[in-house]
Design a protein around this ligand. Structure first.
Ligand SMILES: [Zn+2]
Length: 98
């Protein structure tokens, strides 16, 4: 392995490290903004208490709910009862109708 190979490997490693640092920086920056692009918003209605609430979730990552395809088994933030919520038709989160 000559010096050119060592230099190009070092540059490649440096680029990967920069990419990872940039990626985590963008994620952290997005997260602190309140409504980042990686998080989808859904208007869900609880089948137990009938009240609707805005639910922000990160696709593929959640610690407080169980994924069931497009449905999610989680506890209602209003009545705290566990039920299945359908996330198949996410609606854009806007201001309340009233
Ligand atoms: Zn409820």
């Amino acid at each position: 392995m000559g010096p050119i190979a060592i230099v190009s490997i070092s540059v490649a490693v440096l680029l990967i490290v920069l990419l990872v640092v940039f990626y985590t920086w963008v994620l952290r920056r997005n997260r602190s903004r309140g409504r980042p692009g990686v998080i989808s918003g859904s208007r869900l209605t609880c089948p137990k208490c009938g009240q609707s609430f805005d639910y922000d979730y990160i696709p593929g990552a959640s610690l407080t709910s169980v994924r069931l395809g497009t449905s999610r088994y989680m506890s209602c933030p209003l009545c705290h009862k566990w039920s299945v919520f359908d996330l198949g038709t996410p609606s854009p989160v806007g201001p309340p109708p009233h």
